[in-house]
Design a protein around this ligand. Structure first.
Ligand SMILES: [Zn+2]
Length: 181
């Protein structure tokens, strides 16, 4: 797991930008509230929301203007948490209240001085609200993981965010259980 000075590469395994955003910092079992400035910028770069050049200047912002960086970070966390709530409800087939789109729309436009990072509000709202149940949205079967993904498999029975991460961990654990006695 990444510590403060070591940022793991952003795992883009959600299949959609909005799902990837809900997953950041995108490693299985990350503490629910956690997100560092470095992890946010790493995600923005990996998903091509910002260029590497822009990412570098954003990284420096936490030193040159910590308040601005903190504001951006907390808005991003609010957006991420709103997406998690919406996706969690979808996975549990609870449906999504139309009002939920409003707070998401409000925070999609992130301003930082005269620059803006616009995450494409209408598109994301359409993804979440309109597609909803048909979106093949899943949550990883590893209860300690919590990552969302889109199941594009032919059989639609994908269980893990990543076979390499949670799938193998599960296989190793059940193998060990079977051979424990
Ligand atoms: Zn997982």
């Amino acid at each position: 797991m990444p510590s403060d000075d070591l940022v793991a590469p952003a795992l883009l395994l959600g299949g959609r930008l909005s799902i990837d955003f809900a997953n950041i910092p995108s490693y299985p079992g990350a503490p629910a509230q956690h997100l560092s400035w470095e992890e946010l910028i790493a995600f923005l770069e990996a998903s091509h929301i910002v260029s590497a050049e822009r990412g570098a200047s954003l990284l420096a912002l936490s030193g040159s203007d910590p308040d601005a960086a903190q504001t951006l970070l907390s808005r991003s966390v609010r957006l991420r948490d709103a997406l998690r709530r919406a996706f969690g409800a979808t996975v549990r087939k609870e449906g999504i209240a139309r009002e939920w789109a409003e707070p998401i729309n409000q925070i999609l436009r992130i301003t930082e001085g005269h620059d803006e990072l616009v995450f494409g509000g209408n598109l994301w709202t359409a993804e979440i609200i309109v597609e909803g149940a048909q979106a093949r949205l899943r949550i990883c079967a590893n209860p300690a993981c919590g990552l969302f993904f889109t199941d594009n498999s032919r059989t639609r029975r994908r269980r893990w965010c990543s076979m390499a991460i949670c799938g193998n961990r599960h296989k190793v654990a059940s193998f060990a259980r079977r051979h424990a006695s």
